[in-house]
Ligand binder design. Structure first.
Ligand SMILES: C=CC1=C(C)c2cc3[nH]c(cc4nc(cc5[nH]c(cc1n2)c(C)c5CCC(=O)O)C(CCC(=O)O)=C4C)c(C)c3C=C
Ligand SMILES: [Fe+2]
Ligand SMILES: [Fe+2]
Length: 365
């Protein structure tokens, strides 16, 4: 996906340059939205390929390779592609034959590109990439470099910093740069959960959902993707940033402390993960007498298998089985206009000084 439809002006070098000098693309600034990635299809081998790439990443599962790879390749990847494939199948975008995460990320990028172009003109080139699967980080950064982007803002779409998400996305971007003869300057966008435009978009999405309910839920559960507790103890701020996301949102909404809980989902493997686990927490809420709860998932910029299947099927079933009656899922911010405007504002902060009018960043003659 390319934001600007104009062809890249590739010019001959200045008249003082030798005639056999390679052509030089005119200087542009790239902005790349990066998300996690998703399988290309739901069959066993597509799922296995995707999960193998994902779960072999030591930022995600940090056990030593000699210990983890035999377990992963010989045991986990013989079974998990079937169960995960079933989950993806239940939410697959049949019309486009792709996963919802890909559909939504593309829609976000198209809107973001239009808004960036309206604000900054043709100097900015926008695209998206995935950490695992396609479009790969390397292919997108190579394309932008070839189009003449001498400066690139790399924007991992994770409101909270996590080593299994933000850090590995950035690692992959820098790995791509390692192969380039003419490497662009690269800025990475930090966690943005505190940004007021992001907080406002999140608050508006919840207020709009609440205005549509016949009866006010007695609890709002903020369900974040979990991580092993050890990652927190070893310095990953993700858990703290999730707690703070909830607090800032609750203060902005003016909700009572007792009305909003934080929980963590998607536990994987035998290690202790941060808690409470959403699937158990909602059942406990039902047993305590909560009949109507709302649930939002602010670790994800886009709805994905973890929200559309895990929350809306597995976690909902857990609440209903324990005696709950109404389970209201509030979608991720996806391509809401206020979310896109927030992303534009956040990217704008990182572009500071890079968009001087008429500046040619490509070549000084
Ligand atoms: C095995 C350990 C995992 C850690 C740690 C982890 C952290 C983490 N993940 C996200 C965001 C997403 N994860 C998604 C899917 C997913 N996550 C794991 C494992 C870990 N994640 C697996 C095995 C899967 C695949 C699905 C499955 O088999 O259950 C997704 C959805 C992708 C999609 O295609 O829809 C997202 C998004 C965060 C924010 C996070 C912690 C910082
Ligand atoms: Fe995950
Ligand atoms: Fe899951």
């Amino acid at each position: 996906m390319t934001a600007t439809s104009t062809a890249t002006p590739v010019r001959a070098p200045s008249s003082s340059a030798p005639s056999d000098h390679p052509p030089i693309a005119r200087g542009k600034v790239g902005v790349v939205l990066a998300n996690l990635g998703t399988p290309d299809a739901t069959d066993y081998w597509s799922m296995r390929r995707y999960l193998s790439e994902f779960l072999s990443d030591q930022r995600v599962v940090d056990y030593p390779r000699w210990k983890w790879q035999p377990l992963l390749q010989l045991i986990i990847l013989t079974r998990r592609p079937f169960s995960s494939g079933k989950a993806y199948k239940s939410i697959w975008n049949q019309e486009k034959n792709e996963s919802p995460l890909l559909t939504i990320t593309r829609a976000q990028t198209e809107k973001f590109a239009r808004a960036m172009k309206a604000r900054h003109g043709d100097t900015v080139e926008v695209d998206f990439c995935m950490r695992y699967g396609n479009p790969s980080t390397r292919s997108v950064l190579n394309r932008l470099q070839q189009k003449g982007c001498k400066r690139i803002v790399f924007f991992p779409l994770y409101p909270q910093y996590g080593s299994p998400t933000t850090a590995t996305a950035n690692d992959e971007a820098f790995r791509a740069l390692m192969k380039m003869k003419w490497q662009p300057a690269l800025r990475t966008v930090p966690a943005y959960f505190e940004h007021s435009a992001y907080q406002q978009a999140l608050a508006s999405s919840i207020e709009e959902a609440y205005a549509s309910f016949d009866e006010r839920p007695t609890k709002l559960v903020m369900s974040y993707h979990g991580v092993p507790e050890r990652y927190l103890l070893e310095g990953d701020p993700y858990h703290c940033q999730c707690q703070k996301t909830t607090r800032l949102l609750r203060e902005r909404l003016g909700f009572d402390e007792a009305e909003v809980d934080t929980a963590f989902q998607s536990q994987f493997g035998p290690e202790k993960w941060v808690g409470p686990q959403t699937v158990e927490h909602v059942a406990a809420l039902a047993r305590q007498g909560h009949r109507h709860i709302a649930i939002a998932s602010p670790a994800f910029a886009a709805d994905c298998v973890e929200t559309l299947e895990e929350i809306q099927e597995e976690i909902r079933d857990s609440f209903i089985a324990a005696g709950g009656e109404t389970f209201s899922y509030i979608p991720c911010l996806n391509d809401r206009d206020d979310h896109i405007q927030a992303l534009v504002a956040i990217a704008g902060d990182e572009l500071a000084g890079w968009l001087t009018p008429n500046e040619d960043t490509s070549f000084r003659e």
